[in-house]
Design a protein around this ligand. Structure first.
Ligand code: DGP
Length: 113
């Protein structure tokens, strides 16, 4: 989608600090990190949010999760990490392109707030 920020990052039209990429997904550092390590994993294809995952497009989600062990190895997150996907207004989703936050590098709070 032309006016989607993460589609433009995935297309290389907007620069990002890339950690991992392949033909289907991209992982880059969050511009406003909430932890010492904070990256976003996105599909290159536009899906607006978790609420838009279907039987037809869900294979990309499996691929993202299949790549996460390699991504956290690259990031050196040997002590653990958290994965979050905000969906919709109540969850404060600010970019309407499916993304999974990976947070780590410090002791994270034991609540989901
Ligand atoms: P969410 O609020 O869950 O929709 O997360 C969107 C995240 O995207 C937020 O943590 C900040 C990050 N972000 C927004 N704009 C940019 C950008 O231009 N570059 C990068 N690297 N991250 C961005």
């Amino acid at each position: 989608m032309e006016d989607c920020l993460f589609c433009n990052i995935a297309a290389g039209k907007i620069p990002s600090d890339i950690v991992y990429e392949d033909d289907r997904i991209l992982c880059f550092r969050d511009i406003h990190p909430q932890a010492p390590v904070h990256v976003l994993v996105i599909p290159r294809v536009h899906i607006a949010s978790v609420a838009d995952i279907t039987e037809e497009n869900c294979e990309i989600v499996a691929h993202i999760f299949a790549c996460i062990p390699e991504i956290v190895r690259i990031l050196g997150l040997t002590e653990g990490f958290r994965i979050i996907s905000n969906c919709g207004a109540d969850a404060c989703q600010s970019v309407q392109h499916l993304h999974f936050h990976i947070l780590g590098g410090r002791q994270l709070k034991d609540h989901m707030g």
